[in-house]
Write a new protein. Structure first.
Length: 56
């Protein structure tokens, strides 16, 4: 995976399953520190990830 901001290849990829059983992937670039979430290959806004993990 390449960073969409700086094109670096030094990106951490962490797979998660959210409480609603949605499979998402978190990415973090070591070079520019960009962070983002994907669901099924599409970018997922942080606000949506947080909405899905809220218990209540």
């Amino acid at each position: 995976m390449q960073c969409p901001v700086c094109s670096a290849d030094d990106v951490i990829e962490i797979h998660h399953v959210l409480p609603d059983d949605t499979e998402v992937t978190f990415f973090s670039c070591h070079k520019c520190e960009e962070k983002w979430w994907n669901e099924d290959g599409e970018r997922l806004p942080l606000e949506e990830v947080l909405r899905r993990v809220r218990v209540g």
